[in-house]
Design a protein around this ligand. Structure first.
Ligand code: FDA
Length: 409
């Protein structure tokens, strides 16, 4: 075993946050060592955004950001996001000549490939003379004589500061582990129970009710979870799957959903369907299914046919629209505007994009990401109880928290 002379900083986890922090600290003149158990680094960046990495979101510009994050203390993000914001990361891309494009709702993606961002972070680390140790399992971490000692299978590394950037539990096949939570607990931190988030939802009896026949159908919806001030609503696309529901609307609401809660889905959010059906019917000779197509063209034909084949609407589908009583039309509209579904669970960490919960931010300084309990210990990125919405918010949190910590080291 080689025992290395003390460095200034050891960063555990060479993902988005870890590489960013190591690069910035190295460029500020600190001796930095980056350690990861995976041999291929930045794997989540590589697979993100369908291979194009949705690296930030312009909605964070000029906004304190708290509304886009799920946490016991969402306001925790405000300082870091103001110190290093979406525009700062875009400038970094520009310095590296990386082209990007804006898509839906302020989401910025690489124009060519997510690997451009991994290469950028590697170049930034090289500029900061960061030392790398990948494919090396961490056996234990101790704190003695004001130094952290990280023991791996081959070596012992030491430093006065330790940055934990080991992420959450999502996508274990590419290196995710609960290591960061265990380490946090070792130094007295509490953990908000980690749960899969941005994850497809499942339903009991989905197939026996025939919903699997709708697999592949996608449409814009408004999905609601909770009630009163606690209610969350997302207007996004929904996708029917063989085993349940997915698509951006469901992924977003999954970060707020608690087991036992019913979701209310408006399958036709653009229209007051009851009024349109009741007021528009006079003198209409077309059938109800045709009427629905005309009134709500965003409702896919397969969904309309499926809905009208269900009791109590089965008898109505082929009737002339004008002949159908208002109370039937109102009931049909209500069923499409207030579809109540009770998820039985989700697809788990394997299919989740992120983990909600994590190291309790009440025990972390929001200006520096330093532990309030243990000297020289820092947490950055997804390992903390900070979970962004779908749309580039999670990577922006990784960049912003990493830069804040690096400036404080
Ligand atoms: P990250 O998970 O990136 O890195 C953690 C590192 O720690 C990894 O390299 C891992 O190998 C290492 N590690 C873990 N355990 C260890 C141990 N025991 N010892 C040593 N090393 C260890 N977000 C977004 O904003 N836009 C997007 O487009 C997407 N898309 C997306 C797609 C998919 C499929 C997933 C799974 C996730 C996303 N995300 C996303 C989420 C985003 O990838 C995530 O929030 C960030 O990568 C978090 O960055 P971190 O650096 O905190 O953790």
């Amino acid at each position: 075993m080689t025992i290395f002379a003390p460095d200034d900083v050891l960063v555990l986890g060479a993902g988005a946050a870890g590489m960013m922090c190591a690069a910035q600290a190295g460029q500020a003149g600190l001796r930095v060592r980056l350690i990861d158990h995976a041999s291929k680094i930045g794997e989540k960046i590589r697979i993100s955004g369908g291979g194009r990495c949705n690296f930030t979101n312009t909605h964070l510009n000029g906004h304190d950001g708290a509304a886009y994050f799920v946490s016991q203390q969402p306001r925790f993000v405000r300082h870091a996001l103001s110190r290093y914001h979406a525009g700062d990361f875009v400038q970094l891309l520009a310095r590296h000549g990386i082209e990007w494009q804006e898509k839906h709702r302020g989401q910025l993606f690489c124009r060519h490939s997510a690997t451009d961002i991994i290469a950028l972070l590697q170049r930034e680390c090289a500029q900061g003379q960061v030392q790398w140790h990948t494919g090396t399992r961490i056996l234990s971490v101790d704190y003695r004589n004001n130094l952290y000692q990280v023991h791996t299978e081959q070596d012992c590394f030491q430093a006065a500061a330790l940055v934990v950037a080991t992420g959450g539990l999502a996508a274990p096949a590419i290196g995710a582990s609960g290591f960061g939570y265990e380490l946090a607990k070792q130094f007295g931190h509490s953990i908000i129970t980690p749960q899969a988030a941005l994850v497809p939802l499942r339903f009991e009896h989905w197939q026996s009710h025939g919903f699997d026949a709708l697999a592949g159908v996608a449409l814009p919806v408004a999905v609601r979870c909770g009630s009163g001030k606690q209610a969350m609503v997302f207007e996004e696309d929904l996708l029917f799957r063989h085993k349940g529901l997915s698509g951006p609307a469901i992924l977003q609401i999954s970060s707020y959903w608690q087991p036992g809660q019913t979701l209310s889905i408006d399958l036709c959010p653009q229209l007051d369907l009851a009024a349109a059906l009741c007021r528009g019917k006079h003198g209409q000779k077309i059938r109800l299914d045709t009427a629905l197509h005309q009134l709500a063209p965003q409702l896919p034909k397969r969904l309309i046919d499926f809905w009208l084949a269900q009791a109590p609407f089965a008898a109505l589908a082929k009737q002339r629209w004008a002949d159908i009583a208002d109370h039937h039309l109102n009931a049909l509209a209500y069923s499409l505007k207030h579809w109540q579904v009770l998820p039985s669970g989700h697809d788990g960490h394997k299919k989740a994009e992120v983990t909600r919960g994590g190291v309790n931010v009440a025990e972390i300084d929001p200006k520096t990401m330093a532990s309030r309990l243990q000297p020289g210990l820092y947490f950055i990125g997804e390992v903390m109880d900070i979970t962004g919405w779908l749309g580039g918010y999670n990577f922006q949190w990784a960049w912003s928290s990493a830069v804040c910590a690096a400036r404080a080291l």
